[in-house]
Design a protein around this ligand. Structure first.
Ligand SMILES: *[C@@H]1O[C@H](CO)[C@@H](O)[C@H](O)[C@H]1NC(C)=O
Ligand SMILES: *[C@@H]1O[C@H](CO)[C@@H](O)[C@H](O)[C@H]1NC(C)=O
Ligand SMILES: *[C@@H]1O[C@H](CO)[C@@H](O)[C@H](O)[C@H]1NC(C)=O
Ligand SMILES: *[C@@H]1O[C@H](CO)[C@@H](O)[C@H](O)[C@H]1NC(C)=O
Ligand SMILES: *[C@@H]1O[C@H](CO)[C@@H](O)[C@H](O)[C@H]1NC(C)=O
Ligand SMILES: *[C@@H]1O[C@H](CO)[C@@H](O)[C@H](O)[C@H]1NC(C)=O
Ligand SMILES: *[C@@H]1O[C@H](CO)[C@@H](O)[C@H](O)[C@H]1NC(C)=O
Ligand SMILES: *[C@@H]1O[C@H](CO)[C@@H](O)[C@H](O)[C@H]1NC(C)=O
Length: 860
């Protein structure tokens, strides 16, 4: 039944009344099950009011909804409504997922023209058949669709497409033709349709980054920076990443596309102006709904792919390009330094500060940094050393001279921003104009030009100015002292209250877990001065306790959850003790600080030994590490009281103690960090590094996901190398010396191992100094662990037995998903991949030790 205009008018009025009662967008007042059906209650209401209402202005147009009346797609996957991404000051008409708790906006109508005041705003089908957003107070149209044909009806489809239909039911306009930053399954990229990022995390206005089919050939997809300050022509576009050319099955630079998994990509009419590129999603489990998935170009210029996990209630990111955030053109703006940290990629160099503090704070760094000081060119200027860096953008004038000469030359010209000087060759490069993407070079770089940027020295200028400053300074000082006093008073009071509270429930269930104060840990780590590394959860520092035992202090970044949850989780972790697990010694939870104190592992993470320049581990050590890791993980899965899935097994998380015995670290943290843990998966090198395929399909994660990651780690240990060695990418990622065959090691290694050729896989550095039988067991066990189908993978307890030689290890079938990655096979359909008609029996069938996971499913 199509909605009658009268009915809609009544509903509009009802909303108007209800609106004043509540303004929360997240709690819909009227929730109609689908766009065209309206619940009985309102029908009755409509009946009673139908006759009495006459509104001139509204009679001619159909009000679809106003305020916070959302409209759902048929099966409630998506909803359409007004939303505010910030502090309810700017409102937008948009589409988001109705079925998940994290607000995720996939489309925004009026992205450039926010609604300032929600209550008088409505969405209507106007008299001339367009969808419009109207401010009822002023009767002004804020936004309208561009359809030429008249629409009489609208619908929000299950895929998230808002369509307008004419009286014959034909689509005359659809939101999929006007994408914002999100590329949903079923949506096409074409010459007219490209994606443009939001301006910042809370501003949907068009940002500087776009994804489009690359002109003039339209045979590849490119990420493009648009320079807002210079019109909108193509000459202001800068392409900073491309997929490489389409080769019929995939793009040259994205071989992982060919994995016949949940995606089906389709490129119609490539290399013509009619080109359309789209994708659909299929479900891995027959009959089940495919997972929610989306690509976006985010405000930091990366193209990212996410899949929703209902289990963890988080968007897991599985793929993003460019890999290195600092390769995004202009990310940190002029004179911004890019550190590439996911949450805080940009900073201003010493002597500089953000041009726009507010947008910098909202992670829009595009305006860059400017000199501190009064900004007068030519006064009190000097140079600040930055170091050996990469950069883009400036006009470079080279000449041979001493540094002081270069400096005086630079000081004499206001558009000179700095200079590079090479002390050995005495060559100068003076830089004029803008300086973008300043970032530290990798260690193996051969360049040794040092960058010096021009800064303003402290103002030692006019005397009266100075006097004034002293005066103001004094006043400020007094104020500061006063307020500090007050704050201190309050603080100490609060602390006292806290302390009392702490004492009450301070009886800690884990007797050997020590509670540290932040001050204590600050001292223990000597002011967090000796950084051991930076993992997905935060930085790790070396420390020394008063009893002179060494510890590793992990400072968690952005911990999720409150203090209580933190303590509960720490308690769980503290209770888990095993010779192959890193021991938690204590923790600190104070204000916003969350720190964990672990035993220090003198021989560092396993990843160090996989580097080309890394120390060689003997076979005995390797075998001991392989078994130790397996025992540690098996304990987590099967033996401890509160069993957990690690979720992030990789060489970085396997630490070696003084005897080179393996200790698994970071277990239990996935839950501790709550929703932020997916970042850990995302920061690994390459997409398919250690992540089991079921992660991407959004199905429930079991301990077998850890088994997969363990298998991948085992291959690295056996081969003495990383699994991914720079794919042969079109954009010059560098194939390395490994050859194209071995850039992604696992498929090749699996083939060799299945063929019985273990010698080819074992690290060359070992020569013949290894036990062949042990190596074979390790290799075959690894291939069993990385089977596509999780039921084919052994349990960790079984793996231990396989390695120890207690059970015979059969030859596994080849893992097909990773094989497809390098062989470039095109889509063969999912069914073909998940059914193993002729495959050997799975290990689960004859494993007496495996516990029934359905009854006691370990948590994450
Ligand atoms: C809307 O939902 C009702 C059930 O609530 C269903 O009967 C009706 O067919 C649906 N309408 C459309 C257009 O899907
Ligand atoms: C909605 O769900 C029903 C039942 O699962 C299904 O039959 C129907 O096809 C779904 N509709 C759409 C548009 O996906
Ligand atoms: C996307 O392109 C395909 C193939 O050209 C076409 O069949 C489909 O209708 C398009 N989808 C949309 C939403 O326009
Ligand atoms: C944007 O354009 C201006 C003016 O042409 C230029 O100075 C600036 O370097 C450009 N920005 C980027 C990031 O390319
Ligand atoms: C860049 O390198 C310098 C010197 O090597 C170092 O002091 C600095 O911390 C590095 N910055 C980042 C963000 O890595
Ligand atoms: C930056 O954001 C934080 C909270 O997100 C806020 O407390 C702070 O005042 C902001 N700073 C500026 C300069 O806007
Ligand atoms: C500063 O240097 C730039 C680049 O070399 C040059 O174009 C410009 O004319 C110079 N300005 C002055 C005032 O010397
Ligand atoms: C500028 O003054 C600050 C303190 O006001 C001081 O820390 C800094 O070293 C001074 N810089 C220079 C270059 O003199």
């Amino acid at each position: 039944m199509p909605p009658s205009p009268f009915l809609l008018i009544s509903i509009y009025l009802l909303n108007f009344l209800l609106l004043s009662a509540s303004k929360s967008l997240t709690k819909p007042i009227i929730s109609s099950p689908n766009s065209t059906h309206i619940s009985k209650k309102f029908e009755r209401f409509a009946e009673s009011t139908r006759k009495s209402i006459k509104l001139e202005s509204l009679q001619r147009s159909q009000v679809i909804f106003s305020g916070n009346t959302p409209i759902f797609s048929e099966n409630r996957t998506f909803q359409l409504g007004f939303f505010s991404p910030g502090q309810n000051v700017r409102w937008y008409l948009g589409i988001w997922y109705a079925s998940i708790p994290t607000p995720t906006y996939v489309w925004v109508a009026n992205r450039e023209k926010p609604i300032k005041n929600l209550s008088p705003a409505t969405a209507e089908i106007s008299e001339n058949g367009k969808l419009v957003i109207v401010d009822q107070d002023s009767r002004t149209i804020l936004w309208e669709t561009s359809n030429l044909e008249k629409a009489v009806e609208f619908k929000l489809l299950e895929q998230g497409n808002l369509v307008l239909l004419n009286d014959e039911g034909k689509i005359v306009w659809q939101s999929f033709d006007f994408p914002t930053d999100t590329w949903l399954p079923g949506m096409n990229l074409s010459i007219q349709q490209c994606l443009t990022s939001w301006k910042s995390s809370s501003d949907p206005a068009p940002g500087r980054y776009s994804v489009r089919l690359n002109p003039p050939n339209y045979g590849e997809i490119a990420l493009v920076y648009r320079n807002g300050s210079v019109g909108n022509s193509d000459s202001n576009s800068y392409t900073y990443w491309t997929t490489g050319k389409w080769n019929g099955n995939s793009f040259d630079g994205v071989p992982e596309m060919t994995i016949p998994y949940i995606y089906k990509f389709e490129f119609g009419y490539p290399f013509t102006p009619m080109a359309v590129f789209g994708y659909t999603v299929v479900s891995l489990d027959k009959g089940a709904k495919p997972p929610l998935t989306r690509f976006i170009v985010d405000h930091t210029g990366q193209l990212k792919q996410f899949t929703w996990s209902f289990q963890t209630e988080y968007w897991n990111m599985f793929w993003s390009q460019p890999d290195n955030l600092c390769r995004v053109h202009g990310l940190c703006g002029n004179l911004g330094f890019c550190s590439g940290r996911p949450w805080n990629p940009c900073k201003c160099l010493n002597g500089f500060r953000p041009v726009n503090d507010v947008s910098w704070n909202e992670s829009d760094f595009s305006e860059g940094c400017r000199l501190e000081g009064d900004g007068n060119c030519g006064q009190n200027e000097g140079f600040e050393e930055v170091g050996v860096v990469r950069y883009e953008g400036p006009k470079v004038v080279s000449f041979s001279s001493s540094r002081s000469k270069c400096e005086s030359e630079c000081l004499s010209n206001c558009s000179c921003v700095g200079l590079l000087h090479n002390a050995r060759s005495n060559l100068c490069k003076n830089l004029y104009g803008s300086l973008f993407n300043i970032q530290n070079l990798t260690l193996d770089s051969t360049i040794d030009d040092n960058l010096y940027v021009k800064v303003q020295r402290n103002n030692t200028g006019k005397k009266n100015k100075k006097k004034m400053a002293v005066f103001i300074g004094m006043i400020c000082g007094i104020l500061v002292i006063l307020s500090l006093g007050t704050i201190n008073l309050l603080h100490s009071r609060r602390r006292k209250v806290k302390k009392r509270k702490g004492d009450e429930d301070g009886v800690f269930p884990v007797t050997n877990l020590r509670v540290f104060s932040y001050k204590e840990l600050h001292a223990v780590t000597r002011g967090f001065s000796e950084k051991l590394g930076h993992g997905g959860f935060g930085a790790v520092f070396r420390g020394e306790l008063s009893d002179s035992s060494l510890v590793a202090v992990k400072r968690l970044e952005r911990p999720g959850g409150g203090e209580k949850e933190f303590r509960a989780e720490v308690c769980t972790i503290g209770n888990i003790q095993h010779v192959n697990l890193v021991r938690l010694r204590g923790f600190c939870s104070e204000d916003s600080h969350r720190l964990l104190v672990y035993d220090y592992m003198p021989n560092g993470p396993l990843s160090v030994y996989l580097r080309r320049d890394g120390q060689n581990l003997s076979w005995d050590v390797r075998f001991q590490v392989a078994v130790g890791m397996a025992r540690g993980i098996a304990y987590l899965h099967e033996e401890c009281r509160n069993c957990i899935i690690h979720c992030d097994i990789k060489p970085e998380n396997i630490l070696l103690d003084q005897d080179f015995s393996a200790k698994v670290s970071d277990f239990g943290l996935a839950k501790l960090i709550g929703r932020d843990y997916s970042r850990v998966l995302a920061t690994m090198r390459g997409t398919w590094g250690y992540v089991a395929p079921e992660w991407i399909s959004g199905v429930a994660i079991t301990t077998k996901a850890d088994v997969y990651s363990y298998g991948m780690t085992l291959l690295e240990l056996l081969g003495g190398r990383r699994n991914v060695a720079g794919p042969p990418s079109a954009s010059g990622g560098g194939g390395g010396e490994c050859g194209t065959e071995k850039w992604f090691f696992p498929p090749w290694a699996a083939r060799q191992l299945i063929a019985g050729n273990v010698t080819a896989v074992v690290d060359e550095q070992l020569g013949s100094a290894y036990d062949k039988a042990e190596a074979e067991r390790v290799g075959l066990a690894a291939v069993w662990c990385i089977q596509d189908d999780e039921s084919m993978r052994p349990t960790m307890g079984m793996v231990v037995k396989m390695l120890e030689g207690v059970v015979e290890v059969a030859v596994p079938p080849p893992p097909k998903l990773i094989q497809a990655l390098v062989s470039g096979d095109s889509f063969r359909g999912v069914e073909h991949i998940v059914s193993y008609g002729d495959a050997p029996r799975s290990f689960d069938d004859n494993v007496p030790t495996s516990i029934d996971l359905k009854d006691s499913q370990p948590s994450i």
